[in-house]
Design a protein around this ligand. Structure first.
Ligand code: 0O2
Length: 228
């Protein structure tokens, strides 16, 4: 879940190939902490940038495009699981080269248009580099999942100098988040078997919610006399 900002390092005590408290283990442990601090700083920078944009909208247009902003650092268990699924060894270099979702920020917007406005404004910052875009709104996943995912490279200023870290930003409406959060619990993360009938039911709920999102967007535009 995208709620906590700390990480539990206890799992590292169970790494079978390191002798706990050996120099090798302590070096490894310190490297991991440094790396996670880098990702945390990068996520914090993105959160600050988004808060600034939201405050500006509030001052200029008396509305907040962002409903909720959450950040999280991937847990060590999930990092280990993802590396092992990709058949990669567990070390700082492979984490840096292969995982782009260690730092995650989730932005819950009011309307569909807010998603693209925020993504456009954020990626126009000249210190931010857009690495990857997955638009699951224009092309929803077969199960009905909708969200805009972008990965950006963010500069972080440390005592040792400037470094960069990627941050995965998931931007979606409250309605998309409603579906994704429930489906995450019901199926995506638990991996519980869902038969065809229930898959279709989940998909149908996603379509109904998407239609409601579009209608709310239209109502907003009409009330505020916004032309296409
Ligand atoms: P969690 O528990 O949310 O952290 P890649 O990173 O490119 O190698 P990946 O990981 O499939 O490939 O990336 P993608 O497609 O961008 O999806 C990453 C995240 O999107 C997932 O993170 C989920 O948070 C969310 N997501 C993707 N598909 C679904 C879906 O079908 N349902 C729901 N509810 N969420 C989805 P994690 O790390 O897999 O999980």
């Amino acid at each position: 879940m995208f709620v906590e900002k700390q990480y539990d390092l206890a799992v590292l005590d169970e790494l079978p190939h390191y002798v706990p408290n050996s120099t090798e283990f302590i070096n490894y442990y310190n490297q991991f902490i440094d790396l996670m601090s880098l990702y945390q700083a990068a996520a914090d920078e993105i959160v600050t940038k988004l808060q600034t944009l939201d405050n500006e909208f509030s001052a200029k247009y008396q509305r907040n495009p962002i409903h909720t902003l959450k950040s999280r650092i991937k847990s060590p268990e999930s990092i280990i699981g993802k590396l092992s699924r990709k058949g990669l060894p567990l070390n700082a270099a492979t984490i840096r080269e292969n995982l782009y979702d260690i730092a995650g920020v989730r932005v819950i917007c009011q309307y569909i248009d807010d998603i693209y406005t925020l993504a456009g404004l954020l990626t126009s910052h000249d210190d931010i580099e857009l690495i990857k875009t997955k638009d699951y709104i224009k092309e929803p996943k077969p199960n009905g999942y909708r969200s805009l995912h972008i990965v950006v490279n963010v500069p972080v200023f440390l005592s040792t100098g400037k470094d960069y870290a990627p941050v995965e930003i998931q931007i979606r409406t409250m309605a998309m988040d409603f579906w994704a959060s429930l489906e995450h619990e019901l199926h995506y993360k638990t991996g519980k078997t869902v038969n065809e009938e229930l898959s279709e039911e989940l998909h149908s709920c996603a379509e109904t919610i998407a239609e409601t999102d579009r209608r709310m967007q239209e109502i907003y535009k009409k009330i505020n006399q916004i032309e296409e």
